[in-house]
Design a protein around this ligand. Structure first.
Ligand code: NAP
Ligand code: F7E
Length: 332
């Protein structure tokens, strides 16, 4: 019998790669999608014939219970969130409700309808925030620096609490930044890759960024969804840090992206305080040794290859846009 999985946040970057992986493994996949006035299916259009969409929302408990009843899943991947850190200062209450309390609603739905289902929570390196030690591992204390980070800390601990309280198979993956051509345009890697391509093609003249000095441990999203799946295949539930163990600054990101197109980034990049944050996470660096040892997980795509892949995808998109095959690019 095929295993069944329920994926919240299926229309997002990770939801799309995870669904591809689960379909490859012959799972029956159900995706929770929030109601939208516009088309949210860009990332999963190629998968729509092979999955079942369930309308629901992390702020609506009844819809989550019905999603559990309809899908009767063996595995639940809770990827849905308001995930853009900068916006979490503009909409802190909504971020707390969806990204934080939404995890409790999902766990309650699982506990009520299918307590034996295995549960994955999408936790984040943003929980480490103002880091207490470097590199960061599973035991590093949390000090979040944004309403998003605070909400993720709540989501992490409620997942641990349901594991300890009800003996549920609940895992928390503490994932460091992971990117791809399917990343939202407002995140810095996609913003840099798309604008560099626009500049190369004469469609833009400059790129406006915030803090160029912050450092992130950037990996490829396609590698990271494999770690999510592996966590739910273990004998016992646990929490894992997932990252590359290497970090780079936003400036280095610009150097690689513009350099790939034969451009000198210093001629085009400007700074604007509109893109600075009220409180910044300056440096993140993972220690993924537990995942390497227990899950036998390893990242396969290097930082340079990742950024080059994203820039190449943007150049291809411009060609398609000019041929009228895709609409114009939204701008961050
Ligand atoms: P993403 O592209 O922003 O996707 C978020 C998904 O959540 C989208 O499908 C979105 O739907 C959905 N969503 C938002 N609010 C919802 C609600 N109220 N009810 C139901 N669905 C809702 O994020 P991602 O990069 O794939 O990341 C997946 C998860 O991992 C998120 O929880 C994120 O916080 C976490 N995470 C990400 C990273 C990273 O570097 N990517 C690192 C650590 C943790 P719409 O498409 O309709 O907006
Ligand atoms: O920013 C700096 C910015 O928005 C990265 C989410 O997936 O990963 C992501 O959160 C860095 C920050 O990602 C711009 O200040 C400079 O230091 O791409 P980002 P993030 O905030 O690290 C974590 C792990 C998650 O869990 C989140 O869901 O880049 N930066 N200038 C800029 N960032 C943006 N977005 N735009 C700029 O213009």
């Amino acid at each position: 019998m095929a295993k069944k999985a329920l994926v919240t946040g299926i229309t997002g970057q990770d939801g799309s790669y995870l669904t591809e992986l689960l379909l490859q493994k012959k799972y029956q996949v159900f995706g929770l999608v929030q109601r939208s006035a516009t088309d949210p299916f860009d990332n999963i259009r190629h998968l729509l014939d092979d999955i079942e969409i369930i309308v629901g929302d992390l702020s609506d408990s009844g819809s989550l219970i019905r999603a559990l009843q309809q899908s009767d899943p063996d595995e639940v991947y809770n990827l849905a969130a308001q995930s853009f850190v900068k916006s979490s200062w503009d909409i802190p209450e909504m971020t707390g409700d969806v990204t934080g309390l939404g995890v409790t609603r999902m766990l309650e739905a699982v506990r009520t309808v299918k307590p034996q289902a295995r549960f994955y929570q999408a936790s984040s390196s943003e929980m480490f925030g103002q880091v207490a030690q470097t590199p960061q591992r599973e035991t590093t204390p949390f000090h979040p620096r944004s309403p998003y980070g605070v909400a993720k800390v709540y989501g992490h601990w409620i997942t641990v609490n349901y594991r300890e309280s009800y003996d549920m198979f609940a895992c928390s993956g503490i994932l460091f930044n992971h990117e791809s051509p399917r990343r939202g345009y407002e995140f810095v890697t996609r913003k840099v890759a798309s604008t560099a391509a626009y500049i190369k093609e004469g469609l833009a003249s400059e790129l406006t960024l915030g803090n160029l000095d912050s450092k992130r441990d950037w990996g490829f999203a396609g590698d990271y969804v494999e770690a999510m799946w592996l966590m739910l295949q273990q004998d016992a539930p646990d929490d894992y840090v997932i990252g590359t163990g290497e970090n780079h600054s936003v400036q280095e990101l610009c150097e690689v992206a513009f350099g790939h197109l034969g451009l000198d980034w210093t001629k085009y990049v400007k700074q604007d305080k509109r893109f600075m944050r009220p409180a910044e996470v300056e440096v993140l660096l993972s220690d993924p040794s537990k995942a390497r040892k227990n899950l036998k997980w390893q990242t396969k795509v290097s930082f340079e290859k990742l950024i080059q892949m994203m820039v190449d995808a943007e150049m291809k998109r411009i060609v398609e846009m000019r041929a009228g095959e895709v609409p114009g690019l939204p701008r961050a």
